[in-house]
Ligand binder design. Structure first.
Ligand code: GDP
Length: 138
């Protein structure tokens, strides 16, 4: 069955005018855009999205960043291995550790402002997709 995943072009990459380049890369790799929208998260909404990280020391800073400007969530689909495929295109969380040719290597500023989010598994993907999109939009 074809997997779906959620990516978010984060506020740093939106500010850099990089939405188009990031989506073009996914399309070039054979992924299809199922749904997309621009959203300006409130602090509470950013906290809701990153609930799993609420105990982490960077939670406050991360949710400040994610609510500092508009971001661009996108649902992608591209076969049975969509989730690992997208994660590979993103590269490591910390751009200093990311391989050449990955989106984070190209666009991220630092470990927090790392340009693009990607779901880390099928269950997370389902939860994250429904955080931003209604069934009708998919
Ligand atoms: P991901 O799956 O690669 O996005 O990484 P995680 O799920 O571990 O972390 C979620 C997000 O929190 C990352 O994409 C970063 O934006 C941020 N983050 C992760 N680790 C750190 C850290 O050590 N410091 C800060 N400030 N932010 C971090």
């Amino acid at each position: 069955m074809s997997q779906r995943t959620l990516i978010i072009v984060k506020p740093d990459a939106v500010k850099k005018n990089a939405i188009g380049q990031i989506l073009a890369r996914f399309e070039k790799e054979g992924l299809r855009i199922v749904a997309a929208r621009m959203v300006y998260l409130s602090k509470r909404e950013a906290e809701g999205f990153y609930q799993v990280h609420r105990e982490r020391p960077f939670f406050g800073s991360l949710t400040d960043f994610m609510s500092s400007g508009p971001c661009f969530p996108v649902v992608l689909e591209g076969g049975e291995e969509t989730i690992p495929k997208v994660r590979a295109i993103l590269g490591a969380t910390d751009p200093a550790q990311a391989d050449e040719g990955t989106l984070r290597k190209q666009f991220a500023t630092n470990i927090e402002r790392n340009a693009v989010h990607g779901s880390d598994g099928p269950e997370t993907a389902a939860t994250e997709i429904s955080y931003f999109f209604r069934g009708l939009e998919l």
